[in-house]
Design a protein around this ligand. Structure first.
Ligand code: FPP
Length: 294
């Protein structure tokens, strides 16, 4: 009698302590069910994102521009979770371009600090969640503390394979090609051996699959020197949503748009097979929406 009383009491305390987390998970699952992708849809295996509109988001709120960037980090955290929810195995984000050095020094400093702080605050959790973090871009030009943080995040998460998050920081597509050409010339490789594959092997992204989908927020429709080699056959998607506001609805809308595209890779309609649906995690398909439910 006393034993079962204490057992029940312990269970009740456990439930109370755990209640918040369970409630949050239940809300997440029900949100997932509401916006789940219909069974059989093609899911992009690599999404590249131009996270635009942080400055406008802050200005609209009468806040200093720099406030928009931490809000952008919050959006990035959401999107990493969404990529997991929808079984997208690779994300690449444009966090600082080689052209961004031309911004006011105060904003450049804020972005450098934010990169360092975000790595320090988020990497342990991302590591526990199985996320592999990689830096894409030039290390030269970055302060030593930022370089150390980058090296640490890459080393720590090296063996993770649930999701890869590539952070383009001090990245520019043209500079990347210049660096590749320099390495090829320096290696004395004869011109007849210069092929697309050889150039690919000398890009920062060597070994990574090309992006299937490039998303740009804030209504802009430019590539802005982003993955200009790798995105040659990517599908493009632009949304008016400012990056800090980018949420599940926006993410699903981008996946929906992608699923409706027919990728031809320069061939004829009749030559390309219909998009092969990628396997999607059971949780994502727990309760697929009926056809036409949206
Ligand atoms: C473009 O918005 C955004 C950037 C130049 C920086 C993007 C950085 C983040 C979202 C933070 C994530 C960073 C880390 C460190 C992982 P904008 O400022 O050009 O916006 P605007 O066009 O409205 O002015």
């Amino acid at each position: 009698m006393a034993k079962s009383y204490f057992r029940n009491l312990l269970t009740a305390v456990g439930v109370a302590l755990d209640g918040g987390a369970r409630q949050r998970e239940a809300e997440r699952q029900s949100e997932l069910a509401r916006l789940t992708i219909r069974d059989g849809r093609a899911i992009p295996q690599h999404i590249a994102i131009i996270m635009d509109g942080n400055g406008r988001w802050a200005t609209q709120r009468h806040l200093p521009r720099a406030v928009g960037h931490p809000a952008g980090v919050e959006a990035l955290r959401r999107v990493v979770q969404l990529a997991n929810d929808y079984s997208v195995p690779m994300l690449t984000v444009y966090a600082f371009s080689t052209e961004n050095w031309g911004r006011p020094q105060e904003e450049v400093d804020a972005l450098m600090r934010l990169m360092w702080e975000t790595i320090r605050t988020d990497v342990d959790r991302l590591n526990r969640e199985g996320v592999r973090l990689r830096h894409i871009g030039r290390l030269e030009g970055l302060a030593q503390d930022v370089r150390d943080a980058i090296a640490w995040m890459q080393d720590l998460t090296r063996d993770n394979d649930k999701l890869t998050l590539n952070v383009c920081f001090n990245y520019g597509g043209r500079v990347e090609i210049v660096d590749a050409v320099r390495a090829i010339v320096a290696a004395g490789i004869p011109t007849e051996q210069v092929t697309e594959e050889l150039i690919e092997r000398h890009l920062y992204t060597h070994g990574l699959p090309d992006p299937d989908l490039v998303i740009r927020t804030a209504g802009e429709m430019r590539l802005s020197n982003y993955l200009i080699w790798q995105a040659a056959y990517a599908e493009y998607y632009s949304t008016p949503t400012l990056w800090p506001d980018f949420d599940r609805d926006d993410f699903v809308a981008a996946l929906d748009a992608f699923a409706q595209r027919k990728r031809k890779f320069g061939k004829l309609d009749t030559q390309v097979a219909p998009a092969t649906p990628q396997p999607v995690a059971a949780s994502t398909l727990a309760r697929p929406l009926a056809e036409g439910a949206r």
